[in-house]
Design a binder for this molecule. Sequence first.
Ligand SMILES: [Zn+2]
Ligand SMILES: [Zn+2]
Length: 186
Amino acid sequence: MEKEYITIISGGHFEKNVLRVISEDIIREFHYPVIQQVYSFDLSCYYHPGRRQYDANGILKEVLEISPPDSIKSIGLFRVDLFIPILTYIFGQAFLDGNTGIASLFRLKNELYGLEQNNPLLIDRFRKVIIHELGHTFGLIHCPYPNCVMRSSTYVEDLDQKKNCFCKNCREELNRKRGLELMTGR
Ligand SMILES: [Zn+2]
Ligand SMILES: [Zn+2]
């Protein structure tokens, strides 16, 4: 069967209007229809008591396992503090040229950096992380262009600098890769 949609898998509570804008972003940037699913993960098995954080690699693998087989890409959305062994924290993670990515709101909150809570800004940041991680699943690597969503982001300020869309080069690269995917039937 032709893989024709991208799946958003909510692994935490997200408001309907937030999921709607995320779906619209994905449709606009990737030109695939979007399906939304809710899945109750048992995240306790990914909890690292020493770090008081959650193992992103383990969660990413579970998202891959539960992804609908006829979905071209899946992105898992979370609210917990994610880590990988070599980094203090991460905003998201994806299999490069794979099928799955994850993103978390946790480290995107102003309050974490001693600033005032700002919900619209929080959601803006989250949307950029989601498009960025999905970009990786389509094989895109980090981009040097400052405004491009594929620019790597270590701090929330880096996220605030970039736009929630691909630069011309990344867009062309994405189209080229998608053309290849169509030709090879992947
Ligand atoms: Zn990245
Ligand atoms: Zn770019």
